[in-house]
Design a protein around this ligand. Sequence first.
Ligand SMILES: NC(=O)c1ccc[n+]([C@@H]2O[C@H](COP(=O)([O-])OP(=O)(O)OC[C@H]3O[C@@H](n4cnc5c(N)ncnc54)[C@H](OP(=O)(O)O)[C@@H]3O)[C@@H](O)[C@H]2O)c1
Length: 267
Amino acid sequence: MPLDGKHALITGSSRGIGRGIALKLAEHRVGIAVHYYQNERAANDTLAEVRKRGSDGFVVQADVSRPDEIKQMFRKVQTQFKTLDVFVSNARPEVPAFFQAPLDITLAQWDTAFDSQAKAFLVGVREAIPLMSGGGRIIALTYAEGSRTGGLQPWVGMGSAKAALESLVRYFAVALAKRGITVNAISPGWTENSVLNTLPPQAQDLIRNWHVRGWTPMGRLGTPEDVGNVVTLFCSEQAGWITGQVIYADGGASLMNPEVPPEIQLG
Ligand SMILES: NC(=O)c1ccc[n+]([C@@H]2O[C@H](COP(=O)([O-])OP(=O)(O)OC[C@H]3O[C@@H](n4cnc5c(N)ncnc54)[C@H](OP(=O)(O)O)[C@@H]3O)[C@@H](O)[C@H]2O)c1
């Protein structure tokens, strides 16, 4: 679809990857509903950048782990935009709200992960559909490594929630196929200017060096702009035959074999 004049809601677009997605779509003159949770100033900064790129939009606040707030968010989208073409479910709570190993995770932390991912997507998609027509695009941000591995123990809540999210993507893809609406997930690798930058500097260095040393064959971490480009591709008319997929956007990191050091694999 020509993107000019379309409307998108991107949850968690005040910062990080969501912001990168908002700004890439704005370059294509897509109107943007910039969603935030607590950081209104960052959301307003994103909106100012959207406008600098020749597009427009508004900011909207909601806790996506609360279905009533998701519904209010979509009422505002309906009032402002009337219709919606792109819904990107990207928001994710701060790491301490869910980061706990399987033997210790509290039910509140578990609920935070599931409510903000699987349940938020279930509710959000059902709110988005009445505003969408044929050619609509629904995209979820996942972290597929966390949904299929077990090594990073305190990721159990979010990993399990992302697995449920990816499953929902497939079920909704079938449910919405006849309406011409596609539903897909994007799985970025570690990305600069996002949650990574909230980790202790030593952890950031370890992660960056590991990827630059070879775990990411392209030799760098991703950026929010990289992910924004992938969302833009999904929003094109030419992507209309792709639905129900989890697409890795990670410079090849997911192709590496965890049993062999990167130096040997890369030759
Ligand atoms: N960063 C990575 O390396 C990476 C890798 C793979 C997948 N991902 C996925 O990409 C997505 C974005 O990650 P990120 O690292 O870019 O995030 P981030 O920089 O930590 O930003 C999180 C965003 O979510 C919002 N948010 C936080 N809690 C919320 C809540 N309860 N309700 C609604 N919104 C809430 C924040 O709003 P405020 O600004 O108002 O707080 C912010 O806009 C996530 O789904 C993540 O799992 C990230």
